[in-house]
Write a protein that binds this ligand. Structure first.
Ligand SMILES: Nc1ncnc2c1ncn2[C@@H]1O[C@H](COP(=O)(O)OP(=O)(O)OP(=O)(O)O)[C@@H](O)[C@H]1O
Ligand SMILES: [Mg+2]
Length: 288
């Protein structure tokens, strides 16, 4: 598989991309080692996937429907087990996950808030579940709500919030545990483009401030290019890694990046790869 680094000077006039070796020497957070997933009904969701996610990366999975993006995320979260191969988290196995410095949080597409509970109570849930006293958890809830711009909405019910605000509350609930690894499965897929862009900008600020290792799933090429330090393009039937694009645009990124020709070039390249990955029977180069 090609590892491609795109920088302005490496993009020729016609958008052709030169190959370069991957950077990235931060410690691995997730090592996916020849992981396969076959479901009980025989569906091969993932053929062997090998991928290392390093500390501080913003890694995005993109690919046609059914290519195994959610399955891969669930494997990382240990919500399901691989049929073959293995995953190593923080080089320590799952028994150590959840300890200080090894926490992970999952944000789903649906905000999944408890409708009968106020926003503050919803956000406090993960801390209540581990029995943290309110005197300790309340300041964390306040801080988390502040991070997502909902500091004045702790007493509201989810139904009183817009779709974007509900998603923010869901992110606050994920952040309240101070995760080191944030897994997000199409979190903004149901939102309008304006709200999505705003949340993308805020998420990127958060990632930057917190140095949060993030694995993000989206169907949006624009979102993938805007947010990511690395984009993994997956192909379907069976699900596998097709191409990887590294995006070394400096952080923090703003509107000027979205409006740049470089952004357009990267989106065009990703779109071509995605179209290739969606062709039936298309295999990654070098794959038997
Ligand atoms: N529990 C399950 N049992 C059987 N097959 C499953 C199960 N979960 C997922 N699959 C199948 O595994 C494949 C990968 O599914 P997955 O949900 O990971 O795809 P995805 O890339 O997230 O798709 P989408 O973009 O539509 O969310 C699909 O063919 C799907 O039908
Ligand atoms: Mg999915």
């Amino acid at each position: 598989m090609d590892k491609v680094v795109l920088t302005e000077d490496r993009l020729s006039q016609d958008g052709e991309i030169a190959l370069a070796t991957s950077r990235g020497s931060s410690p691995p957070v997730v090592e996916i080692l020849s992981a396969r997933k076959t479901f009980a009904d025989g569906t091969i969701a993932l053929s062997p996937v090998d991928l290392t996610i390093r500390q501080g990366e913003f890694l995005t999975l993109i690919g046609p429907s059914g290519c195994g993006k959610s399955t891969l995320l669930k494997l990382i979260a240990n919500l399901i087990e691989p049929s073959d191969g293995r995953l190593v988290l923080w080089r320590g196995g799952f028994d150590q996950v959840g300890q200080e410095g090894r926490r992970m949080a999952f944000v789903f597409q649906d905000p999944t808030l408890m409708p009968w509970a106020r926003v503050g109570t919803n956000v406090r849930l993960p801390l209540d579940l581990v029995g943290m006293p309110k005197s300790m958890s309340e300041p964390k809830v306040s801080e988390s709500l502040k991070l997502v711009g909902l500091e004045n909405f702790a007493q509201h019910y989810p139904r009183q919030l817009s779709g974007g605000m509900r998603m923010r509350a869901s992110i606050a609930r994920a952040l309240v545990t101070e995760p080191d690894l944030l897994l997000m499965d199409e979190p903004f897929g149901a939102l309008d483009e304006f709200t999505r862009n705003k949340l993308d900008t805020d998420l990127l600020d958060l990632w930057y401030q917190r140095k949060l290792t993030t694995v993000f799933v989206t169907h949006s090429i624009y979102e993938a290019v805007y947010l990511s330090t690395r984009v993994v393009v997956m192909a379907a039937r069976p699900g596998r890694v097709y191409k990887i694009m590294e995006i070394d645009e400096p952080m923090p990124r703003g509107e000027s990046f979205r409006a740049s020709t470089r952004f357009a070039d990267l989106c065009r390249q990703l779109s071509t790869w995605l179209a290739d990955a969606s062709l039936p029977g298309r295999m990654e180069e070098g794959t038997p």
